[in-house]
Design a protein around this ligand. Sequence first.
Ligand code: ZN
Length: 257
Amino acid sequence: MRTRFAPTPSGYLHQGNLANALVNSWLARQLQGEMFLRIDADDEPRFRPEYTEFIFESLRMLGVGYTLFTPDLGSRTEYLKSQLSTIPSELLFACDCSRSSLLARACTCVEQHKTWQPRVNALRLRLDTDSVSRIDGADYNLHDQFGDVILWRRDDVPAYHWANVIDDRDLGISHIVRGYDLRASSALHIHISRLIGADNVANASYQHHSLILSGGGKKLSKSQQSNARPPTLDLVFISEVHTAAERLANELGIAVP
Ligand SMILES: [Zn+2]
């Protein structure tokens, strides 16, 4: 049994992110498995070392144990790129639409059979208009949710969904616990996993919990301003994360140690 906590260091984690880490670690404990910490730093422009430091420090304060996933950053991009060959090539196409042109008209690149050139165009995965994945008893039409999803960005960076599926495959992840807002992403990851034969990801146990809201009832978001100060890791903060995690664990039927 293997689960994971996979934050993106694009801001200081909030209490909802950290509650998710606790719940994942409790599930690993309950099932005598292992939790991996995977820091998803592929999106370098938003990455800041102090955000990563905050992840380590807050998990230490919370007493969360984990196995750190440390990919070889020197070869990571080429490795993830090489894994694109596991997708049937007829499902991939190069797209040079800009964000602004997509607002004006739909992408028709699939019919134009362009050559994929990293740093010139992006690589998309065709999602048929009737491609459906079932998650938590609900059907998701992937094309409606994602269009033809980008797997490799125009700036030669793996897209989040692609890196996520390959990392989960390679780590042998069997249980995925994440927020309700990522249900459609889970449906997409199952679809991609089936395409590439990543059985552990396609058949993983997926659980989605409700979101931790701010005092005003708004969705929490990471603080990303360059002048943002990290949340104060004091006993009040830590006990609030614990309380939130207990509520999520109860919701999912996960034992609170
Ligand atoms: Zn296009």
